[in-house]
Design a protein around this ligand. Structure first.
Ligand code: ZN
Ligand code: ZN
Length: 423
C-alpha cells in the first residue's frame, strides 16, 4: 500500500513539474514571440518613417528647384525691366527697357546689388566718360548677382550661380596684355548697366573676368571686387617693403580701401582725410595715425612730423585726384621714397613739380590705373577671407528708383562711403 501511495505522490509531483515547466516554456515562447513581433513592428515602422522623410525631403527639394526655375523663367520671359539710363549731365532716368538676352558666349545676370562709385559720380556730374560710357547708355559698373541665362558654348557657369562680373576685360593679345599689363590693354572692353534688374555680360568678360562667388559671401560684399582690385593694384604697385610707413591722402572709398589693405598687410598707416566721418572710418579700418587739417599743405607738415626726424613717409599714395594734391604728395615722401598718383585728375590738367627735390632726393613717381584679371581674383579672395571689413564700405542701401537722390546726396559730400542699389 505504502508503495502505491508513494508512487502516486511521485507521479503527481512529476505531473505538476511537467505542467509547470511546460507552462513556463509556453509563457517564454509567448513573451519571445511578442518581443520579436514588437521589434519587427518598430523596425518596419522606422523604415517607413525614414522612407517618408527621405521622399518628403526629395519632394520639397524638387518643389524648391522647380519653383526657382519657374521664377527664373518667369523673370527671363519678362519683356522689359527697370534700368537707369544716363542721358547727360546730372540726367539719369529710370526707364523700362528690354530685358537683355544671352547670345553665344554671354551671360545674363539678375543684379543682386550694385554699388555707387566715385567714377559713376564723376560720370553723373560730367554726363559722359570718354573711355567708359557715352550717353544715352545703361549706367553703373559695380555689381554682383545670379546667373539667369547662359549663352551657347558657356561651360563654366550655369543658371543659379552667384557671380561677380567685372566691369571690363582685356583683349589678351596686344603688346600690353602680352607683358602682363592688362590694365593698359589697347582694347579694354567696358561693360555698364549695373543699375538695372538684369545685366548682360559680354563674351570676353564671361571668359576672362567673371568670378564665382563663394557661398558664404553676400552679393553686396562681392560687388566690392572691382574697386578693391583697383586698391590692391595701387598698393602693390607702390612696391611696399617690410616696415614701411604708408600715407594715404584722401578719405573717399578708394583711399579708405588702400588704407585698409595696407593695414591688413601689417604696415604702419597714416590716413590724411578731411571729414570727421572719414576719420572715424579710417580708424575703424586700421589707420595708426589720422591727420585731419584745414589745408593739404598743413596736412603734409603734420604728417611729416609723425615720421622719424621729420624725414617723410616711405610711400605716399594720392587718392584724391586733384593736381594740387598730386603736387603736395611729392612733399610727403622721404629721400628714396615713392609717390603713387593713384587718383585720376580731370582731362587737360597739369602739375608743377620741384625738379631738384625729385632728382636729389631720388623720389620714385608712379601712377596706377585700373586692374588686371589676376588682381581681381586676389580682391575677391580678400573679401571672402573674412579679415577684410567689407561691411564697413557699404554705408547705405536704396532702391533703384532712388538713384538720383543718392547721387545728389553723394555730390553734397555726404558721409556715405558706398550705397548698395537694390533693383
Ligand atoms: Zn568703381
Ligand atoms: Zn590687350
Amino acid at each position: 500500500m505504502a508503495g502505491t501511495v508513494k508512487a502516486a505522490i511521485l507521479r503527481g509531483r512529476k505531473t505538476v513539474k511537467t505542467v509547470v515547466e511546460e507552462g513556463r516554456k509556453k509563457v517564454e515562447n509567448v513573451v519571445e514571440g511578442g518581443l520579436n513581433t514588437v521589434e519587427t513592428v518598430v523596425e518596419v515602422g522606422l523604415d517607413t518613417v525614414e522612407t517618408v522623410v527621405v521622399k518628403g525631403r526629395k519632394r520639397v527639394q524638387t518643389a524648391v528647384h522647380q519653383g526657382r526655375k519657374t521664377v527664373e523663367n518667369a523673370l527671363l520671359h519678362r519683356v522689359t525691366m527697370r534700368a537707369a539710363i544716363l542721358h547727360g549731365r546730372e540726367d539719369v532716368r529710370i526707364e523700362q527697357v528690354p530685358v537683355p538676352r544671352a547670345a553665344a558666349g554671354e551671360l545674363v545676370v539678375r543684379v543682386g546689388a550694385a554699388l555707387t562709385c566715385g567714377t559713376d559720380l564723376k560720370v553723373f556730374r560730367r554726363g559722359y566718360h570718354a573711355r567708359m560710357i557715352v550717353p544715352p547708355a545703361l549706367f553703373g559698373h559695380e555689381q554682383a548677382g545670379t546667373v539667369v541665362e547662359v549663352g551657347e558654348g558657356v561651360a563654366d557657369f550655369e543658371a543659379g550661380d552667384h557671380v561677380v562680373a567685372l566691369n571690363s576685360a582685356p583683349c589678351g593679345k596686344c603688346y600690353f596684355c602680352m607683358r602682363g599689363q592688362e590694365n593698359l590693354c589697347d582694347d579694354l572692353l567696358f561693360n555698364n548697366g549695373a543699375y538695372a534688374e538684369f545685366i548682360k555680360i559680354p563674351e570676353r568678360i564671361v571668359a576672362k573676368n567673371t568670378l564665382r562667388i563663394p557661398e558664404n559671401v553676400p552679393l553686396e560684399h562681392a560687388a566690392l571686387t572691382e574697386p578693391l582690385a583697383c586698391a590692391v593694384h595701387g598698393f602693390e604697385d607702390s612696391d611696399p617693403r617690410k616696415g614701411d610707413m604708408i600715407a594715404v591722402i584722401g578719405g573717399g572709398p578708394l583711399g579708405l580701401m588702400i588704407l585698409h589693405v595696407a593695414a591688413l598687410a601689417g604696415y604702419e598707416t597714416i590716413a590724411i582725410v578731411k571729414h570727421d566721418g572719414q576719420a572715424e572710418a579710417a580708424r575703424q579700418l586700421g589707420a595708426v595715425h589720422i591727420v585731419q587739417s584745414a589745408t593739404i599743405r598743413k596736412a603734409i607738415q603734420e604728417t611729416r612730423a609723425l615720421t622719424p626726424n621729420n624725414r617723410g613717409v616711405d610711400i605716399a599714395i594720392e587718392a584724391v585726384g586733384l593736381p594740387e594734391t598730386w603736387q603736395e604728395a611729392v612733399e610727403l615722401a622721404r629721400k628714396g621714397g615713392t609717390v603713387n598718383f593713384f587718383g585720376g585728375c580731370a582731362a587737360n590738367t597739369h602739375v608743377n613739380l620741384d625738379t631738384n627735390r625729385i632728382h636729389y632726393s631720388d623720389i620714385t613717381l608712379r601712377a596706377t590705373f585700373h586692374h588686371t584679371p589676376a588682381i581681381c581674383r586676389k580682391a575677391l579672395a580678400l573679401i571672402a577671407g573674412g579679415k577684410f571689413q567689407a561691411g564697413a564700405f557699404i554705408t547705405g542701401r536704396a532702391h533703384l528708383y532712388e538713384l538720383n537722390r543718392v547721387f545728389e546726396k553723394l555730390m553734397n559730400r555726404s558721409t556715405e562711403i558706398k550705397t548698395a542699389i537694390v533693383p
